[in-house]
Ligand binder design. Structure first.
Ligand SMILES: *Cc1c(COP(=O)(O)O)cnc(C)c1O
Length: 396
């Protein structure tokens, strides 16, 4: 298999010469299939099911391809559930921190698996969910953090509203599990299988005795399975042991890992200015089009003329890449290049399939980037373009 970073630079010329106006997202089928093969093979060897967590990626034009490899989708609410049900097929799962009465009836018709975040929510919707044939689960809080860097992504932090703690489950009494088919936890974020193994041990210590009566256990998302250094063997051994010991089916519901390193955002330099440093202003925005750059935060890789931009001061020309919005902090970062940037240059941001399109907004009236696919044939095909109406429509 060609190494990922070579493959990426090889496909850049196809994106640059495309006639699609910038900014646009493009998902590469070849890179996506690499991930999907890894996931499918892992699911097969572990004997588990893998669902796409749509909150990371909902570009349904490409669901027909993904659905050949994965077992279904999970949703964070009614709309994602409808999308998965209508466009992906397979199993439709849902978890929401709380369901509204207005929506629950419809949810219970669409979703085969419904996961509740509290004892009160389970009691409230129990009858309707069971009578519509849903398999019901409880989200557990194992109260075991395995991450330090990203507090906002840690559902086990002190005071977390996500998941039922052991004390709260105990307090509800054993009868509360009547009608419950499975347990769920989601505590990881971009992590390896050692963090999962550790969490499973903490989970079993408190909740293991309940598992014998369950049909399934859902290990949530945050498993970075398609990352080069991910220890798949360890994941498989954790899953195999859980299945043997408790006789449960296992679900994984990664979002990121499905589309990790498969997407790009192609943008163009609109102006270059000087103020003690060099600023390049581009037609894409961190705040609007890659909000995790500011929120998480992280620094996306940039490719220009087939080469990766470097950390500042490594190559001769250091430039701050910022957006055309009025927000002073709408800056992607400082990068260095071999040559000065000029108006009209195209910059390709890497790893832009996940948590990007789904988080887009039109702050400042910014245009939403178009959405494209690079097919296996190497054709870059425009799937969707947005215009003024997409901005206006949501505002009154
Ligand atoms: C966010 C989320 C996922 C997917 O997480 P990734 O980090 O994208 O893999 C899965 N399940 C639940 C409940 C989530 O909240």
């Amino acid at each position: 298999m060609r190494d990922y970073s070579t493959l990426k630079t090889e496909l850049i010329p196809d994106l640059i010469k495309s006639s699609i106006p910038t900014p646009f997202y493009v998902v590469d089928e070849e890179l996506l299939i690499r991930n999907l093969e890894i996931l499918k093979n892992t699911a097969k060897r572990a004997g588990c099911k893998i669902l796409l967590a749509q909150k990371a990626f909902s570009m349904f034009a490409i669901y027909p391809l993904i659905s050949k490899y994965l077992d279904g989708t999970t949703a964070s609410g009614l709309y994602e559930a409808k999308l998965g049900h209508d466009e992906f097929g397979g199993e439709t799962h849902i978890f929401s921190a709380a369901y509204s009465e207005r929506e629950f009836e419809e949810i219970s018709h669409i979703c085969g698996h419904v996961i509740f975040n509290s004892v009160a929510q389970w009691k409230k919707y129990r009858d309707i969910a069971l009578s519509n044939g849903c398999e019901c689960g409880l989200r557990i809080n194992p109260e075991h953090s395995t991450q330090e860097g990203h507090a906002i992504y840690d559902p086990c932090s002190f005071g977390s509203r996500l998941g039922i703690t052991y004390d709260n489950l105990k307090k509800a009494g054993d009868d509360i599990l009547n009608g419950i088919s499975g347990l769920h936890f989601h505590t990881l974020c971009e992590q390896n299988s050692d963090a999962l193994e550790e969490t499973v041990m903490a989970f079993e210590e408190k909740f293991g005795s309940y598992l014998y009566n369950m049909k399934w256990l859902n290990l949530g998302g945050g498993h970075h399975i398609t990352r080069a250094d991910y220890d798949i063997e360890r994941l498989i051994s954790v899953i195999t042991r859980l299945k043997q010991k408790y006789g449960v089916e296992i679900y994984l519901e990664p979002g990121e890992a499905v589309v990790l390193n498969t997407g790009f955002l192609v943008s163009e330099v609109l102006d270059v200015t000087e103020n003690g440093i060099t600023n390049a202003i581009i037609d894409a925005s961190a705040a609007c089009h890659m909000p995790d750059v500011l929120e998480m935060p992280y620094r996306p890789e940039i490719i220009k003329d087939g080469k990766y931009a470097e950390e500042p001061e490594i190559l001769p020309y250091t430039v701050r890449i910022g957006s055309a919005t009025c927000l002073a902090g709408d800056v992607i970062g400082d990068y260095s290049f071999e040559k000065p940037l000029k108006i009209g240059d195209k910059l390709v941001f890497c790893d832009m399939a996940l948590y990007s399109m789904v988080k887009n907004n039109t702050f400042n009236g910014m245009k939403l980037p178009s959405i494209a696919v690079r097919r296996l044939s190497r054709d870059v095909e425009l799937i969707k373009e947005f215009g003024y109406d997409d901005f206006k429509m949501r505002l009154s």
